[in-house]
Ligand binder design. Structure first.
Ligand code: ACO
Length: 328
C-alpha cells in the first residue's frame, strides 16, 4: 500500500575478532593513548585479518537483522550495501551479499557515501517503501576501512575500524516509523577526505601503490568544523520537517567520528549527553557501519523503547551528510 510509513523491523551487527589498541598504535607511529583518548575518545578499534573482507561482516549483520525482523531472505525486495571498501569493483558488494544469503527477489546495489552511506540507504529505502515500490528492504553499512589506512600517517591511522551493521525496513502502522529524512552532499570538498588512487583517474600502478595513493588522505581539522555545522543543521531540518522539538529527542545516535564532534553537535542541539549514544571508545570510526552498529547495540541493550523519538545524523567523505528522524 503506497504512502504507508516505513520503520525498522530488525537490526544486526558484526565485526572482526582482531583488536588494535591505542597502545598497539603507539608502537607503530609517534602517538600516545593519552593523545588519542583526549582528541578523539577512541581507545581501541576492530581490525579485519588479511583473509577477512567486507561482505563477510555484512552477511552476518544482514542475516541477524532479517531473522530478528522474522522475515525470510526471499521477502527482501531491495538490498543496499553502503560501503567505501567494497569486496571488489564488480559486482557490487550488495550483489555478493544477495547471492550468499539467498535474497533472490531483491534489487541489490552499493551506495558510496562514506560515513553517510547508511543514512543515504535508509532514506532511499524509506522512499521506495512509502511509494509502494518495495515492501521490505535491508540496508547494511559495512567496511574494512583498515585496508585503506596508511599506518605511517598518525592523523588517520588512529581513527578507523572495521565492522558492519544492518537494518531491515518495512511498512509500519500507527505513529511508528520514519518521520523525516534528508541527505545532502557537496563535492567541492572532495580533498578534505579522499583516496586519490586505484580508479580510472589515477590508475593503479606499481608507482601509485608505492606512493600510497590508495590510502585515505584527510584534512581532519577542516572536516571537524564542517562536520559539526552540517550535522547540526540537517538535524534541525529533519526535526522541523517531522514536527518535533530538540528537547523531545529520546535517543541521539550521531556518526561516531570523534567524541568531541559528538559532544559539539549534541551541545548545539541542546540534547543532553544522557540521551546520546557513543561507542567510539571501542569501535573507532567504522564509516558507513557506525550508525547501524550503534543502533543495534541500543536495541540489544533496550536503550530504545517503543514510542521513543530517535534522531540519527552522519557526516563523511564526499562530503556527504544526512539525518533520519524516527518514532521507534
Ligand atoms: N598522535 C599525536 N599527535 C597527533 C596525532 C596523533 N595520532 N595526529 C595528529 N597529531 C598532532 C598534529 O600533527 C598536530 O601537531 P602540530 O600542532 O605540531 O602540527 C596536533 O596533533 C594537532 O593536530 P590537529 O589536526 O589540529 O588535531 P585535531 O584536534 O583536529 O584532531 C582529528 C585531529 C582527530 C583527526 C580531528 O580533526 C577529527 O576528528 N577530524 C574529523 C574527522 C572526521 O570527521 N572525518 C570525517 C568522517 S570519516 C569518513 O567519512 C570515512
Amino acid at each position: 500500500m503506497a504512502n504507508q510509513r516505513a520503520g525498522i523491523l530488525g537490526t544486526g551487527h558484526s565485526y572482526p575478532e582482531g583488536i588494535l589498541t591505542n597502545a598497539d598504535l603507539a608502537k607503530m607511529v609517534e602517538t600516545s593513548d593519552e593523545w588519542i583518548t583526549t582528541r578523539t575518545g577512541i581507545k581501541q578499534r576492530r581490525k579485519a585479518a588479511p583473509n577477512e573482507y567486507t561482505s563477510m561482516f555484512a552477511i552476518r549483520a544482514v542475516r541477524q537483522a532479517i531473522e530478528r525482523a522474522r522475515l525470510d531472505p526471499a521477502d527482501i525486495e531491495l538490498l543496499i550495501c553502503a560501503t567505501v571498501s567494497p569486496d571488489q569493483i564488480l559486482p557490487s558488494t550488495g550483489c555478493i551479499i544477495q547471492a550468499e544469503i539467498g535474497a533472490h527477489n531483491a534489487a541489490a546495489m552499493d551506495v558510496v557515501a562514506a560515513c553517510s552511506g547508511f543514512l543515504y540507504g535508509v532514506s532511499l529505502a524509506d522512499s521506495m517503501i512509502r511509494t509502494g515500490q518495495v515492501r521490505y528492504a535491508v540496508v547494511v553499512g559495512a567496511e574494512v576501512l583498515t585496508q585503506y589506512v596508511d599506518y605511517t600517517d598518525r592523523q588517520t591511522c588512529v581513527l578507523f575500524g572495521d565492522g558492519a551493521g544492518a537494518a531491515v525496513l518495512g511498512p509500519v502502522d500507527g505513529s511508528r516509523g520514519i518521520l523525516a529524512s534528508k541527505i545532502k552532499s557537496d563535492g567541492r570538498y572532495e580533498e578534505q577526505l579522499y583516496s586519490p588512487g586505484g580508479g580510472t583517474r589515477r590508475r593503479p600502478t606499481a608507482e601509485t601503490l608505492a606512493a600510497g595513493d590508495h590510502f585515505f588522505k584527510m584534512k581532519g581539522n577542516e572536516l571537524f568544523k564542517v562536520a559539526v555545522r552540517s550535522m547540526t543543521e540537517i538535524s534541525r531540518e529533519v526535526l522541523e520537517q517531522g514536527g518535533q522539538k530538540e528537547e523531545d529527542v529520546d535517543l541521539f545516535i550521531p556518526h561516531q567520528a570523534n567524541q568531541r564532534i559528538t559532544e559539539a553537535v549534541a551541545d548545539r542541539l541542546n540534547v543532553d549527553m544522557s540521551k546520546v549514544y557513543s561507542n567510539i571508545a571501542v569501535h573507532g570510526n567504522t564509516s558507513a557501519a557506525s550508525i547501524p552498529i550503534a543502533l543495534d547495540e541500543c536495541v540489544q541493550a533496550s536503550r530504545v523503547k517503543p514510542g521513543d523519538l530517535v534522531l540519527m545524523t552522519s557526516f563523511g567523505g564526499g562530503v556527504t551528510w544526512g539525518a533520519v528522524l524516527m518514532r521507534w
